[in-house]
Design a protein around this ligand. Structure first.
Ligand SMILES: [Ca+2]
Length: 313
């Protein structure tokens, strides 16, 4: 079965790796890339998404979305992880293609109305576009097939604060809206993404399988790997963003836990994703919270092979 998706993204090095995976997979049809601020400012996200589409020879709509959190001032960006250009300072020529004139949220709503019940929204950045789309079209949960996100940390510690993962922390109020909506939400957070370190030999293999796209990922991952390898003896990086896409293609690689979930907007715990597995609480407040599926385990070796095989297609 082919999954129709809209990929909401803030490229970003692991975004690039994920976007190419989606383009390469015969089981995924990407209807468009909707961009959001996050790793980099939204104007750079949008330009980078166009550049990735051009490199991959994909002529699909790319939109620019929200550039600010739902509440509060402009966010800081993660240039220290992704480089000044979002691609690890590789000086890659930017695409001159044009953006789709619609906002990311409007594009999501338009596509959902056009293909009711068929689209999975895959969000691998902060969740402002999805929250805004829910405001534009309150029936959006009934118009899409489901939502799969990279974000959160349910049963493990955070990466921006002791309790919060970057995508959720970056726009906690938007995430709270997205988590509370009545749709099939699957969360791929640090519980699984931080459990699979990728070493330089994986990047070499990726380039061997696909010189153009794998080669781009390998080159841009140098800077990214420098960041993740600080204080370690080995060189590693984490391709967080490809996980929800891998799930669409091969769900049996993952172990999922269903639970009631909440996102904190309290300053100290901002962006914390708390999950109470079904049957573990009688608290009325918690029983009211939406149920989501959280990825809690992944088969490393088969995941790695899936990425390599897909890049080789
Ligand atoms: Ca991302």
């Amino acid at each position: 079965m082919t999954h129709k998706i809209i990929l909401d993204t803030d490229p970003g090095i692991d975004d690039a790796m994920a976007i190419f995976f989606a383009f390469q997979s015969p089981d995924i049809e990407v209807l468009g890339l909707t961009t959001v601020y996050g790793n980099v400012p939204v104007t750079m996200s949008a330009r980078n998404a166009l550049t990735l589409c051009e490199l991959a020879e994909q002529d699909i709509p790319v939109t620019q979305g929200v550039g600010m959190p739902w509440v509060g001032p402009e966010s800081g960006y993660a240039h220290f992880v992704h480089g000044d250009d979002g691609f690890g300072n590789i000086d890659f020529p930017a695409s001159q293609r044009d953006l789709d004139p619609r906002s990311s949220a409007q594009f999501i709503v338009d596509m959902a109305r056009q293909h009711p019940g068929e689209i999975t929204l895959v969000a691998i950045g902060p969740l402002g576009n999805l929250a805004l789309a829910l405001r534009l079209e309150p029936n959006l949960p009934q118009l899409v097939k489901g939502v799969a996100i990279m974000g959160g940390a349910a049963f493990v510690k955070g990466n921006v604060t002791p309790v919060a993962e970057a995508n959720i922390w970056n726009d906690a109020h938007a995430a709270e809206i997205v988590f509370a909506a009545d749709w099939d939400l699957k969360m791929f957070g640090l519980d699984v993404t931080n459990s699979v370190p990728f070493t330089p030999d994986f990047m070499d293999d990726l380039e061997l399988r696909n010189q153009k796209l794998g080669g781009f990922v390998k080159k841009s991952s140098e800077f990214y790997t420098d960041f993740y390898s600080q204080g370690r003896d080995d060189r590693v990086c984490f391709f967080h963003d490809a996980m929800p896409l891998a799930y669409l293609v091969n769900p049996e690689l993952f172990e999922m836990t269903r639970g009631h979930a909440r996102v904190s907007t309290d300053p100290l715990n901002r962006g914390q994703t708390s999950v109470a597995p079904i049957g573990t609480t009688m608290s009325p407040l918690w029983l009211e919270a939406s149920q989501i599926d959280v990825a809690t385990k992944v088969d490393h070796e088969r995941l790695r092979q899936l990425y390599l095989d897909t890049y080789a297609l």
